[in-house]
Structure formats: structure tokens, C-alpha cells
Design a protein around this ligand. Structure first.
Ligand code: PMP
Ligand code: GLN
Length: 389
């Protein structure tokens, strides 16, 4: 073909998750690169989906989502955060958080609008912003503490700022934003009369004394924030791709304009099973958090015993380790290739999540949402490998 494909998307290579997973398979490595649990979520939720598939309905559900799921998302918002929305108009169901992000960005961005992005950023953010014609303005957070610095934040804003895309709890850092940081974000966003799109897919995977505070709950933010969740993370069913957006009626109506032409709907059997899941009692949510925290602790201790220093991690599936702390002088990319091919453990280089200049290249991201025996074997392999060096 002579005519070129879209130049924005053509400029991106294959996503780092796919690259590392492929390498892990080729070398029979334990895959602690791409983020997915190795145990499927609740059996009763899966049974509900199976029942829905055999008994129906299996035709297009309403464009905004099944009423069961919109009601369950409404109830969950109220139960966990005191957020009040109307199920008919304040909730939109999407095919995963990824579609939700695409909907929000397509709905708000006009070519030339500036979009504030906090780095390191999740892989689809930059391509989606650019494809929508947005101009990215980066705010860099650095390991090991990932603090949000006011000066850097303010420098990214201008009169052209349309929105801020915030991922909290944050992938790949494992950071949970503090109330002070959220207050700062809220202040600057309101000063520039911008929107916030909040990717909160890890809302229920937050450790210790930290709690997840949606930016939407801060004074003045409710009307300008779209809050995104995902059943993939809350129910350890990442292949399901059921997401939800909550926000003020006017915002949801605008976002639905994009959704109706992108996917229009999401399988009804999955939607209703997720509705059932969201209504689970507190024990389910506590257990998810405790079990993920146990995995983080186990894996972090193992890495520390080998000699790695690790970055702060208060939530998500991810822990970042400093490769210089064990004497490795090459880049994070070299390190990930080396341990995947030679030690039999795959990780992801954190530099892959930075687009602007100045990022450190000595951290790698490990995904710890795996069974304890798998984490143990990964630690043993890494230990044996580095001892032999
Ligand atoms: N945002 C972040 C930060 C993620 O880590 C993920 C996980 N895959 C997604 C969005 C995408 O979620 P989904 O699978 O529901 O599209
Ligand atoms: N969210 C997952 C991660 O950060 C990967 C999802 C994907 O492969 N697109 O590893």
C-alpha cells in the first residue's frame, strides 16, 4: 500500500506489556511483567456470567449499560465514598477502563487543547491523547517516593489546559496520592477551570493505613470530574473488560456521545455478573486488599533479602525495584531482557512509561499479584542468578 496509516498511532511500537510477555513465553520465564492475577476472581460472579450467557438476554443492552449494573455502580459510589449520582444519568458502562479513557478523551479534547499527564504513565494514555489532537504537558514523578511537586505541576498548566488525566492509585508506581496532593491538584485544576479524568481502576487495592480518596470528592471537583473504575481489577477478571464511568449528568452525557460510536455496549451477561459482584459485602473487599498486601509484603521482603532497594508502594499490583542497588550498571531495558532470558523472571522497564526527558532508568516494575509459590520461585530464581554473578 502506498497510502500511509494514521501517523500518530504508526509512530508507536508494540506496547511494552506485549513485548515482555512474548519474551517471557519464549524463555519460559515467570511473567511478573504484564499486570494480571494468576487466580480468577470470585466463582459466584463467574457462575452468574455463565448463567447469563446460557439463559440470556444476549442482545444489545441499553447504550448506557444494564440498569442492574448502573444501579450497582451508583450504590458502590455511595457506599465507599459518599458520592451521589443518579443511575439513569450519572453512570456509563464501558468495555473496560480502556474504552472509558478513550471515550473521555475523545469527548473532551479538541485539537490543540493541552492535557496534563503525570509520568510515569500507563501505556495507552499518550497515544489516546495525541490521537484526539491533544498536546501533552508532562509532570514527572520520580522514584523512589513519587512525590508530586507543586512547581512541576503548575509549570504544566496554561490557559489552554483542557483536562488532567490522573491515575490514582497509580500504575506503574504503586503510588496512592495523599490528601495534600489531591488538594493541590484540585486547587490548580479549578484555577484553570479544567476537567479531571480519574483512572481509579485500583481503587480497592490500597494498603496499610492508606485509603483511596477519589479526586471527585474534593470540594468543587464533583462537577468537573469523570471517575473511571474497572471490574477487571476489582474482581481479578482482567479479560472481562467491563468498566464504568461516574460523574455529573452533563459530563456523562458528553462522554456517552463518544461511547455510542466506539463500542455502543458491553456484553450484558458480564455486566449483570459485575453488578452482583459490586454488591458483595465488606469481607470481599477487605480480603482483596489484605491478600494483595500479603503478596506485596512477601515479594518485597524477598527482593530486599537479595539486596534490592524498592520504591514506595501503597497500592496496585506493582512494586518497583532499584537495579543499581544490586550493582547493575546498565539500563532498566537491559536488565529486564537479562533477567527474562537468563534468570527466568520477566519484569517491565519503568523508563517505558516516561515520554519526556529526564527520567531515571534504574527502576524496573514487578507485578506481585501472583500465588505465593510463584512469587517464591521467582525470588529463588533471581537470588540464584545474582549469587552466581
Ligand atoms: N488503567 C490502568 C492504570 C490500568 O492499569 C489498566 C489495566 N490494565 C487499565 C486502565 C485498563 O483496564 P481495563 O482492562 O478495564 O480496560
Ligand atoms: N494494566 C496491565 C499492566 O499495567 C496491562 C494491560 C495490558 O496489557 N494492556 O501491566
Amino acid at each position: 500500500m502506498v497510502k500511509q496509516a494514521n501517523k500518530v498511532l504508526s509512530a508507536f511500537g508494540t506496547t511494552i506489556f506485549e513485548v515482555m510477555s512474548k519474551l517471557a513465553i519464549e524463555h519460559k520465564a515467570i511473567n511478573l511483567g504484564q499486570g494480571f492475577p494468576d487466580e480468577d476472581g470470585p466463582e459466584d460472579v463467574r457462575a452468574m456470567a455463565a448463567k447469563g450467557l446460557t439463559e440470556g438476554p444476549n442482545q444489545y443492552p441499553p447504550m448506557m449499560g444494564t440498569m442492574e449494573l448502573r444501579q450497582a455502580v451508583t450504590d458502590a459510589n455511595h457506599r465507599f465514598y459518599g458520592i451521589a449520582v443518579q443511575p439513569e444519568s450519572g453512570v456509563l458502562i464501558t468495555s473496560g477502563a480502556t474504552e472509558a479513557l478513550a471515550d473521555c478523551l475523545m469527548a473532551f479534547i479538541n485539537p490543540g487543547d493541552e492535557v496534563v499527564l503525570l509520568e510515569p504513565l500507563y501505556d495507552c494514555y499518550l497515544p489516546l491523547v495525541l490521537r484526539a489532537g491533544g498536546i501533552p504537558k508532562f509532570v514527572r514523578l520520580d522514584p523512589p517516593h513519587w512525590d508530586l511537586e507543586e512547581e512541576r505541576l503548575r509549570a504544566a498548566f496554561s490557559e489552554k489546559t483542557k483536562l488532567v488525566l490522573l491515575n490514582n492509585p497509580m500504575n506503574p508506581t504503586g503510588k496512592v496520592f495523599t490528601i495534600e496532593e489531591l488538594e493541590l491538584l484540585s486547587e490548580v485544576i479549578q484555577e484553570y477551570d479544567a476537567y479531571a479524568v480519574c483512572d481509579e481502576v485500583y481503587e480497592h487495592i490500597v494498603f496499610g493505613l492508606n485509603s483511596h480518596i477519589p479526586l471527585a470528592t474534593l470540594p468543587g471537583m464533583g462537577d468537573r470530574t469523570a471517575r473511571i473504575g474497572s471490574a477487571g481489577k476489582t474482581f481479578s477478571l482482567t479479560g472481562w473488560k467491563v468498566g464504568y464511568i461516574t460523574g455529573a449528568d452533563e459530563l456523562i452525557a458528553r462522554i456517552a456521545k463518544a461511547h455510542q460510536f466506539l463500542t455502543f455496549t458491553t456484553p450484558p451477561a458480564l455486566q449483570n455478573a459485575v453488578a452482583f459482584g459490586l454488591n458483595k459485602d465488606d469481607f470481599f473487599y477487605e480480603n482483596l486488599k489484605d491478600s494483595m498486601q500479603g503478596k506485596r509484603d512477601y515479594f518485597r521482603n524477598g527482593l530486599r533479602e537479595i539486596g534490592f532497594e524498592t520504591a514506595d508502594c501503597d497500592g496496585t499490583y506493582f512494586l518497583n525495584a532499584d537495579i543499581q542497588s544490586i550493582g547493575f550498571q546498565g539500563s532498566d531495558v537491559d536488565f529486564c531482557r537479562l533477567i527474562t532470558t537468563e534468570a527466568g523472571v520477566a519484569a517491565v522497564p519503568v523508563s517505558a512509561f516516561y515520554a519526556s526527558e529526564g527520567a531515571k532508568t534504574n527502576f524496573v516494575r514487578f507485578c506481585f499479584c501472583k500465588r505465593e509459590e510463584v512469587l517464591k520461585e521467582a525470588i529463588t530464581r533471581l537470588d540464584d542468578f545474582f549469587k552466581s554473578k
